[in-house]
Design a protein around this ligand. Structure first.
Ligand code: AG3
Length: 276
């Protein structure tokens, strides 16, 4: 049925379908197929190679949970690196933190950002912030070449661990992150569905530890348009503990969010029994 967009969840015998009003954009970039739809009830939808990346209606949960827990775990985040994140939703959340002096985004596919600027203007509204720098380059190489101690927080807002994104889930990449971070550094990466990809979450945790990070924890949150509707982000710190965060600063954050708050932060760190 042409009036429905469906992402079949590979190997899971399930899918997400969104009722479509219009397809408003379709292009093949040098890296992937970028499509934009207007949906009946989830606003604008962006897919990459047929996989749901962003909808207007639910992206706030993902983008807030990819950024605020890590930024409130670091004692004073000034220099932040976002790998991927071409739709700029994560960057937008990062720039809400007044301590941030520099937020660099390194996205492989410039077309994703150009298309997002047109179809997701709210996510891109802080792209002209004087603290923001947009680079279009390979994030794996960027981190490998970074001067040691360049960043306080690294956020890996990637696609699924296939193709060019696979290397963003590897011990080698995490070792380079460790080196690129300053002493109190924190890294967080999207780590797929706890229900569908528990093995991946375990392997990401192991790889962070093997790379030399002191402590690792996974955050859980709903994301109804991603596989299984339940998502995760795995966070690691160079020093200290990921369970410790600036809860008072978070409670008095002084900027608006729609999902994240200090209680959600603490609750998202609670582990389901099957993932202990
Ligand atoms: N990050 C994509 C998460 C993976 C979604 N997977 C899927 N639909 N099969 C999205 C980028 C948002 N800034």
């Amino acid at each position: 049925d042409k009036t429905w967009y469906t992402e079949e969840w590979a190997g899971q015998g399930s899918a997400i379908s969104l009722k479509i009003k219009d397809k408003v954009h379709d292009e093949q970039s040098p890296y992937q197929r970028i499509e934009i739809y207007e949906t009946e009830t989830f606003g604008t939808l962006m897919t990459l190679d047929g996989l749901v990346m962003v909808t207007d209606r639910d992206n706030f949960m993902y983008h807030e949970m990819m950024s605020h827990p890590a930024l409130f775990t670091h004692p004073d985040p000034k220099r932040v690196l976002v790998i991927g994140g071409g739709d700029c939703g994560t960057l937008h959340e990062v720039l809400k933190h007044p301590s941030v002096e520099l937020a660099e985004q390194v996205e492989l596919d410039e077309r994703v950002t150009r298309v997002a600027e047109k179809f997701f203007p709210e996510l891109c509204e802080s792209n002209n912030d004087s603290r923001a720098r947009l680079h279009f380059a390979d994030g794996i190489k960027w981190v490998a070449d970074a001067k040691p101690g360049s960043y306080d927080v690294i956020i890996v807002d990637s696609t699924d661990p296939v193709g060019p994104a696979a290397g963003l889930f590897s011990e080698t990449f995490y070792k380079n992150c460790l080196k690129a971070l300053r002493p109190n550094g924190v890294v967080v990466g999207q780590s797929e569905s706890p229900l569908f990809h528990a093995d991946l979450i375990r392997s990401v945790q192991k790889s962070f530890k093997a790379a030399g990070f002191r402590d690792v924890a996974t955050l859980f949150f709903p994301q109804c348009t991603y596989p299984s509707g339940w998502w995760s982000a795995t966070m690691a710190c160079k020093q200290g503990s990921v369970a410790q965060f600036r809860a008072q600063d978070s409670a008095a954050k002084g900027f608006a969010t729609r999902y994240y708050n200090h209680e959600i932060h603490a609750a998202a760190l609670a582990r389901p029994e099957f993932l202990r």
